[in-house]
Design a protein around this ligand. Structure first.
Ligand SMILES: Cc1cc2nc3c(=O)[nH]c(=O)nc-3n(C[C@H](O)[C@H](O)[C@H](O)COP(=O)(O)OP(=O)(O)OC[C@H]3O[C@@H](n4cnc5c(N)ncnc54)[C@H](O)[C@@H]3O)c2cc1C
Length: 395
């Protein structure tokens, strides 16, 4: 054992949840150690989400963490639902007074890491064999092996499990103390990152008889595109040429639109899953972000939910550790889960409205079209979509 260390909060995982929590706690003078299984280079290159809700952007600004996001992020005032070979614009700004900002998750992670390191606080990258102990007591412990093979033990007052869906935190909770809700959608997304300017300055969610397609972007030079594929699909049959052909077919529209092709930088297939762990707490372990819940990406909610969780967790930990007041910590899970279930439903709504289900029949097909016409034709229905999409208020 190299050494026994002490901190107030052990944060497991340096994704958006863990990193933002570290900043929120530091702003309140609470010490934290962040343990991350991967290298800095890996987490800074991992391409994932790209849509920041209005409350997420406001939160980052309030912490002085949005300078580059404000310079380089792409504010969007609307999005398009494309069906029946036509675009139907949802004017987010006119309907809600708010916008969303397209800014790659990996860029945000870079900013949050740089800001933490600039304060002199560290992040333990490449921490292996992370294990949580004594979680049901007021003095939990975390052990791990550092990059040089040294063993460490960290004693703390609370553990924040921000280590994503495949992390170690949630499985550390005894199975009789947690309920897991799971919903597997019958499709997956084949995602492509391409070095080509976006073909439209707004996101296009396309419903097509061959399946869903999404046109998105990460910057003025990089386009992000997705295709609905079967859940067991592999990349084997998907040459770049086939991907571009299929995108062109599903994004076809009457009117001026040309899909800009370019070199494919990255491609992958992600399953579509809804998952909620309840409660998001066990003793002194608090789960946040993907460690506790997963949404299908159609609603662009996963990263935003992760940030909303830690926005609630930070004051709960401050009250618990500084004043010995437990009310916020005791209510943490319930308050988060209200937002989580809203996001689960919104993601389900967007997913089922736009994807082609394997068991679709002409009746269901017409229901889907009717829903799309209603949501784009009624100001009341469009407002419901828009206010969920830009993000419901954090408080
Ligand atoms: C293809 C794709 C597209 C998406 N698009 C969107 C979108 O448009 N909008 C949106 O809001 N969300 C989107 N998401 C979801 C979003 O990326 C996640 O919800 C978000 O990353 C959650 O953040 P997190 O901090 O909870 O978890 P993560 O980002 O997963 O971070 C967890 C961290 O913990 C580390 N870790 C794991 N195990 C351990 C361990 N044992 N010890 C120490 N560290 C560990 C991991 O390496 C990781 O760095 C998308 C996801 C995917 C895959």
């Amino acid at each position: 054992m190299t050494g026994v260390e002490r901190t107030q909060v052990a944060i497991i995982g340096a994704g958006p949840a863990g990193l933002l929590l570290a900043h929120l706690l530091a702003a309140d003078g609470i010490d934290a150690v962040v343990l991350e299984a991967r290298s800095r280079a890996y987490v800074e290159q991992r391409v994932r989400a790209g849509v920041c809700e209005h409350p997420t952007v406001e939160l980052l600004r309030s912490l002085g963490l949005a300078d580059r996001l404000d310079r380089e992020g792409l504010p969007h005032e609307g999005l398009s639902l494309r069906f029946d070979r036509a675009d139907h614009r949802i004017d987010l700004h006119a309907l809600t007074g708010k916008t969303i900002t397209v800014y790659g998750q990996q860029e945000l992670v870079k900013d949050l890491i740089a800001a933490r390191l600039a304060t002199g606080a560290g992040i333990e990258f490449e921490a292996a064999d992370v294990a949580l102990h004594d979680l049901a007591t007021d003095s939990p412990r975390v052990t791990w092996t550092d990059v040089d093979g040294g063993r460490h033990e960290l004693r703390c007052d609370a553990v924040a499990g921000c280590d994503g869906f495949h992390g170690v935190s949630r499985p550390s909770i005894p199975s009789d103390a947690i309920t897991l809700h799971n919903h597997d959608y019958p499709f997956a997304w084949l995602g492509v990152l391409a070095k080509t300017p976006p073909s439209s300055h707004e996101l296009i969610y396309a419903r097509h008889a061959r399946g869903f397609a999404l046109h998105s972007m990460r910057s003025p030079e990089v386009t992000r595109l997705y295709l609905q594929v079967p859940p067991d699909e592999t990349l084997d049959g998907w040459s770049d040429a086939r991907i571009w052909d299929e995108l062109a077919t599903r994004l076809e529209v009457d009117g001026p639109f040309t899909l800009r092709e370019g070199p494919v930088l990255e491609k992958g297939i992600s399953p579509m899953r809804g998952f909620v762990a309840e409660p998001m707490r066990y003793g002194r372990l608090f789960l946040a972000g993907d460690a506790a819940h997963i949404v299908p990406p159609t609603g662009a909610k996963g990263m935003n939910l992760a940030m909303a969780d830690v926005y609630r967790l930070a004051p709960a930990l401050v009250a618990l550790l500084r004043q010995g007041r437990a009310e916020l910590a005791d209510g943490y899970s319930e308050r988060c889960l209200r937002r989580v279930w809203r996001a689960e439903h919104f993601s389900y709504f967007m997913t089922t409205m736009l994807h082609r289900a394997p068991d679709v029949d002409p009746f269901l097909d017409q229901l889907q079209l009717s829903q799309l016409r209603y949501v784009t034709g009624s100001t009341a229905a469009a407002t419901g979509l828009a206010e969920n999409y830009v993000g419901l208020p954090l408080d």
